[in-house]
Every structure is written in C-alpha cells, then in structure tokens.
Design a protein around this ligand. Structure first.
Ligand code: C2E
Ligand code: CA
Ligand code: CA
Length: 529
C-alpha cells in the first residue's frame, strides 16, 4: 500500500492537473460526439472508395497505435536514463563537495560530517574508541617554492597514497595545504606512538619528482576518543593543539595531547597581547653585534638585533616574539620602530661604520616596504649607502617577483642587500644570479662544524668560492673560537661576526666600545709618532 502511496506522491502537481484536464477533455468530447457513428462512416467511406477495406483501416490504426506505444516506451526509458544520470551527477557533486580533488582523499567537510555522525552514534550508546592523528608536513613550502606548485601537488599525491597504503581501513582526511588527519578505530592498549612514528617514516622517505629527490618531514599531534573528551569535535581540536605543540618542538616531533597544552596556547595569546602593548609603547629596542673585517680585525659595522624585556622583567628572545609579530601583523610597526631607533643610535657612530638590519621574510610581500625604509632613512638622516638589509635565504624564493622588486628598488637607492643564514635555505644558483646581492652571511651551523671534519671545511670552502665567483662579499656568522677564526681566514672569508668579537650590546655599550677603540687608536698613533 505504502508503495502505491509513494508512487502517487511521486506525481507532481503538474502531472495531476494535466491528467485531470485530459480526462475532462475526453469526457466532454465523448458527451458531444458520443452519438456520431464513426465506425459506420468509415465502413461506408471504404465501400464508396473501394480502395481500403475496413480491416485494412483497422490494421493501420493498430499499427499506428503500436508505433506510438513503442515510441512512448522508448521515451519512458530515456526518462529513466536521464533520472539515473541526474542521480549520478548529484552523487558526483556530493562527492566533490566532500573530497579533495587533488589527492581524492576526504576533505574537511567530510570530516565535519563524520565527527557529527560519531557524536550522534555516541549519544545512541555506541562506544567505539578512536585515535586522532593530526599531521603537518615539515618543509613542504620549500618544495613548493623550489619545484613550483606542480611539484608540490605531485608530492602531496604521492604522500597521500602512502598514507592510504599505511592505513587502508582508517579515515584519512586532507584538511588543506600540507595538513592531514588520520582517524583510526583504536583498541585499548594499542601503541599510538608506534603508529605516529610509522606515519612520519612514510612521509619522510624521499620522493622522486621531476628528476629531483625531495624529502619532507612531518609532525604529529595525537588525541584519543573518548579518553580526551566525550565530544568528538573536542578530541579533533585536541589533536590540532598537540600538533601545534609538536610543530614548535621541531621537525619530526610527535606529541600526545595533554591539558597543559591548552594553557600554552593561552600563554601565546598573552604574549601576543603584551607584544601588542610593547610595540605600541616602543618597549622593544635594538642591541648591536659587531661585524668585523677578518683581515684587519677592525669593526666595519653592527647588526641590529631586537630585544624585549616583558612586563615581568623576563628577556624574551627574538626567536619567539618575531614569529608572533609576523603572524599577528605587528611586524610592520615593530620593524619601523626598530629601524628608526637603530638609525638614530647609529647616527652617533664614526662615519665609516655601517648598520645591518634584519627584515622578516613575510615583509617581502609588502609592496610598500621599500618606501617605508627609505622614509625612515630620510627622517633620521642615515645614508642609504650605510644601510645593509639582511634577508634569510628561504625568503628569496617565496613570491620572488615582489621580493626582487622591493630589493631592486632598495638597491637602486643605494642600500646593500645581504643573504642571511646562507646554506640553511634552498636558494638555487639561478636565484642568486637573478639579483645582485652584496653579501653572503654563512650560517652559524657551518662555522661551528668547521673544525670537526674535512667535509664541513669543504662545504664552507665551496660557499666562499661561490661568493668569490659572483663577486659578493662573504661573512661567517657565529665565530666563537680562535680556531674557527683562523680556519675562516685561511679559507679567504672576508668578514666575521660572533661571540669571539663581541656579543650583542646596548646602544650605550656600543658607544663606550667605539670611544675606547678610538682613544686606543689615538694612543697608538701618538706612540708611533
Ligand atoms: P640572525 O639574524 O642570524 O642573528 C644572529 C643571531 O645569532 C643572534 O641571535 C645573535 O645573538 C646570535 N649570535 C651571534 N653570534 C653568535 C655566536 O657566536 N654564538 C651563538 N651561539 N650565537 C650567536 P638573536 O639576537 O637571538 O636573534 C635570533 C634571530 O632573530 C636573528 O638571527 C634574526 O633572524 C631574528 N631577529 C633578531 N632581531 C630581528 C629584527 O629586528 N627583525 C627581524 N625580522 N628579525 C630579527
Ligand atoms: Ca641577521
Ligand atoms: Ca644569520
């Protein structure tokens, strides 16, 4: 019965109205023409014409009716076909809405539905356990920068396939970018650490892309349902928080969610809040570290390094607050304030000294950066020819066009440009050739390994000869021992920076040092005279 009811319901208003109207038209026609003797008429006509017999006319009627019946049946089949296709399209649209087209993995919407279904099932008494693994790739951006988006896409597809192979029965979701989630049914006592390690191993095995072997890493945050919360959505958030903590811990970290992690996020939010205040009040100030000519031992300039003493009196290193400033957008004002203060301080230095200043990678997307810097130079009277901008190597390859334009404008105005932390990024020779850099700053990690093996020595040697070949001045960072200094001098490095020459000092200490040096110099001249 219900089958017929639903069939009846399937008729739409239009069909009901149409069938009633056609039936009414038939009844009215029958009412008015019911007395007309059609058959008799046809019979008489056929006798008169002597061409067609009545049976032939009937046969013709029958054949025409049969043809129309066949035609109708075919249209019904067509209709059914169209309905099927429509259903298929609807299904495809639903699939597309819930999946990532690149990797074919379920996407964030799918995950949301899945989570709310799990919550419903839990309410209905189902008590399965699940483990959530929030995954974020390490170094994916660099692959994208190096090999372009096609290369990055290819890598993501390969890594997704590996994850599916590793966990064929679990739900694997690509959240977007280089973030994934695996949700696995979890028996009590199962070792999540082992599984997370397997995930990292799968993702860090090199992948061959366009004749290159690329290698990324991954960090994993783990949370358990219902152990961490009875709300699946909350467990998913916990995995995210754990992943964030893992990410801060460094490449390849695995972190299981713990409640204190929430407070870490709160702490970060607090830092951001007081950083906002500090930037507004100009509480962040520069210290200066000497840059020394290795052949003469003379100070040629200073690098400005940001320092912040927070309201509790704690010295917060730039490694922490610069990142927060970048993410919160405070970096623009912070950089302007620091550069202004640095130029004002440097105006008290002797004429030959230069100022080096760090610019964050994120700022090279700011088309107004060049103008902002030149404005401050104009305001303070510091000559562009005495300013050097340091940018980390990785910066050079993200959004190259905008970055190169900014650097070129500054260069044209007389500002020098140095590549900072050289050797830690991925700048290729073509990128080096694309712009006339003035200096390469070899990263500390290479200098500290100098004395350890022949290979490290050769790497530094290669970097120095690259600098020579491109006619770019070279500076070694983080020189702490006489042995390192001697080795670098022997290899022909032009300049150096490090605790051996001096730690970062306040503006006042720098002036004292410079005064001391000049009076020592005067004495030397006098004694020589
Ligand atoms: P960086 O530009 O590579 O600066 C050199 C860092 O190495 C400084 O750390 C300096 O104190 C440290 N250093 C110098 N010589 C030695 C040495 O001999 N041994 C050791 N162990 N360390 C040495 P700092 O001041 O903590 O700065 C860290 C990073 O924060 C800087 O690395 C730079 O990337 C960033 N930073 C600092 N100030 C600013 C700023 O005003 N703006 C921006 N955007 N970034 C900044
Ligand atoms: Ca620097
Ligand atoms: Ca550096």
């Amino acid at each position: 019965m219900s089958k017929y009811l639903s069939l009846f319901r399937a008729f739409r208003r239009k069909e009901v109205v149409e069938s009633i109207s056609i039936s009414a038209f038939g009844l009215i026609t029958w009412y008015f023409l019911g007395d007309v003797d059609f058959l008799g008429g046809i019979y008489l006509t056929s006798l008169q014409l002597e061409i067609f017999s009545v049976s032939k006319i009937f046969t013709a009627f029958l054949i025409i009716s049969a043809c129309y019946l066949i035609y109708l049946i075919r249209r019904i089949f067509d209709l059914q076909d169209q309905i099927l296709k429509r259903k298929e399209t609807d299904k495809n649209v639903a699939w597309i809405a819930q999946h990532d087209l690149l990797t074919k993995l379920p996407n964030r919407h799918f995950l949301q539905n899945f989570i709310s279904n799990l919550d419903d099932a839990r309410e209905k008494g189902e008590n399965k356990s699940y483990a959530f693994f929030a995954i974020d790739l390490d170094g994916f951006k660099k692959v994208n920068d190096l090999l372009g988006h096609h290369g990055g896409d290819e890598l993501l597809v390969t890594l997704s396939k590996r994850l599916v192979k590793l966990a064929p029965n679990d739900l694997i979701v690509r959240l977007g970018g280089d973030e994934f989630v695996i949700i696995a049914e979890w028996a009590e006592g199962k070792n999540f650490q082992e599984f997370a390690e397997e995930i990292i191993l799968e993702l860090s095995t090199p992948v061959r892309i366009i004749d290159n072997y690329v290698e990324v890493g991954a960090c994993v945050g783990v949370s358990l349902y219902p152990e961490d919360s009875h709300l699946v959505s909350e467990v998913s958030r916990c995995a995210d928080v754990a992943m964030y903590v893992a990410k801060n811990n460094g490449r390849g970290s695995i972190k299981r969610f713990q409640t204190w992690m929430d407070s870490l996020l709160v702490k970060r939010a607090e830092i951001e809040q007081s950083l906002r205040q500090a930037v507004k009040n100009n509480d962040i100030f520069p210290n200066y570290q000497p840059l020394v000519d290795l052949s003469t031992g003379e100070i040629r300039g200073y690098e400005a390094l940001a320092r912040w003493i927070d309201p509790t009196g704690e010295l917060i290193p730039p490694a922490i607050f610069i990142e927060i400033a970048e993410e919160s957008g405070l970096i623009i004002t912070l950089t302007e304030n620091l550069l202004r203060k640095s130029c004002e301080d440097a105006m008290k230095w002797p004429p030959g000294l230069r100022l080096s200043f760090n610019i964050s990678p994120t700022q090279l997307n700011d088309k107004l950066l060049g103008l902002r810097i030149l404005n401050i130079l104009g305001e303070t009277g510091w000559s562009p020819a005495r300013l050097e901008i340091e940018i980390t190597e990785s910066t050079l390859i993200s959004d190259t066009d905008c970055a190169i334009k900014i650097l070129q404008d500054l260069h044209d105005a007389g500002v020098s440009i140095a590549i900072d932390d050289f050797g830690t990024g991925y700048s290729s020779l073509s990128q080096l050739a694309q712009f006339n850099f003035d200096k390469i700053k070899i990263d500390r990690s290479f200098v500290s390994q100098l004395g350890q093996d022949e290979k490290s020595r050769n790497v530094v040697k290669a970097m120095l000869s690259l600098g020579k070949g491109l006619e770019i001045s070279t500076l070694a960072e983080g020189i702490e021992t006489e042995a390192e200094l001697e080795a670098l001098k022997a290899l022909g490095c032009d300049m150096g920076q490090g605790y051996l020459f001096g730690k970062p000092q306040s503006a006042e200490e720098v002036l004292k040092t410079l005064n001391q040096l000049s009076s020592d110099g005067d004495k030397e001249v006098q004694s020589a005279g």
